[in-house]
Design a protein around this ligand. Structure first.
Ligand code: OXC
Length: 312
């Protein structure tokens, strides 16, 4: 059974990897994801130039009944140089996604110049959608600024670059973001980041469950699956063929992975469920996915990708 994918000249032997933010802040965590026999890659925690502690705790909470998670981590990370040093010294067959999430355009441009001038031979993810830095907007909701940033980036950047997008909810917004993204030689888009600024309340105490932003945080897991699938599908229908799609959001079973692929995802990332279940999640999801494909008589993911049916 072929569970492979490719983005440009990069080949992935497995379709699954972590979502940026989960199990990828330290070199030990990144190594753990890379070492799994059931991951095709790893994405590093979105880096800022300087290391950051992130937001005050509690900043992560698991909802009851497996509904998902709320987080407001606030981009805690070890700083750009730490991840640069990691990729410079790590020997691995798997292509690595280096994620950056600068706090300003100039910070992102600075990091991208350093990546451009380095020997890094993997892929780069530009996170334009973190909902959790107090006072900072989710850039990719501002279409004009997004186009401006990508224009500046692609004026010098020649390595394979993709963007991590927030969820969109209006058909007009799918049209607008796709028409901007199609102007650039993007290698991929990653959709979706968490649904920003949800609010979860503790029943016993009538109190919010996380401290930053008085309880507002990004929602992930089961609750976001329908939104994630819609974004994968809508973007696959609108983006140039050579812009690949990483589907992220609401993956807790092999069936969820399968549905992301049906909607057009090339690779699938696991966030909340990886945080909840640990590294073993990849083996379980892969086995469940294989079972579904076998039952349906498929021999490869290529037969499934984008093949969602509609009612005529
Ligand atoms: N999305 C991000 O892009 N970053 C993290 N959380 C999230 O939901 C964070 O660091 O807050």
């Amino acid at each position: 059974m072929q569970l492979t994918a490719n983005i440009q000249s990069y080949n992935f032997d497995h379709v699954l990897l972590n979502a940026a933010g989960v199990m990828c802040q330290t070199t030990a965590e990144i190594d753990t994801v890379l070492a799994s026999k059931h991951t095709g890659s790893v994405v590093t925690k979105s880096a800022t130039l300087a290391n950051r502690k992130g937001n005050p705790s509690p900043r992560y909470y698991e909802l009851k009944n497996g509904l998902g998670t709320i987080n407001s981590m606030g981009l805690p990370n070890e700083g750009f140089d730490y991840y640069m040093n990691y990729v410079a010294t790590k020997a691995t067959e798997k292509p690595i996604f280096f994620s950056i999430g600068g706090l300003s355009k100039s910070e992102n441009i600075n990091m991208l110049h350093q990546l451009q001038d380095s020997d890094f031979a993997g892929l780069i993810e530009l996170n334009l959608s973190c909902p959790n830095v107090p006072g900072k907007p989710q850039t990719a909701y501002d279409f004009e600024t997004t186009e401006e940033i990508l224009t500046d980036v692609f004026s010098f950047f020649k390595k394979p670059l993709g963007v991590k997008l927030p969820p969109y909810f209006d058909i007009v917004h799918f049209d607008m973001i796709a028409s901007i993204l199609n102007k650039f030689p993007l290698a991929f888009v990653n959709t979706i980041n968490s649904i920003g600024n949800g609010l979860v309340i503790d029943e016993a105490t009538d109190t919010v469950v996380i401290k930053p932003k008085d309880g507002f945080g990004g929602i992930g897991g089961t609750l976001v699956k329908a939104t994630a699938l819609a974004n994968v599908r809508a973007l696959r229908q609108r983006l140039n063929e050579d812009i690949k799609i990483i589907g992220t959001g609401g993956v807790t079973t092999g069936r969820d992975v399968y549905e992301h692929i049906l909607c057009g995802a090339d690779l699938v990332e696991v966030g909340s469920q990886l945080a909840i279940e640990g590294i073993e999640v990849f083996e379980r999801l892969e086995n469940e996915l294989r079972e579904i494909l076998t039952e349906k008589g498929y021999h490869s993911l290529a037969e499934v990708r984008g093949q969602l049916k509609v009612i005529s």
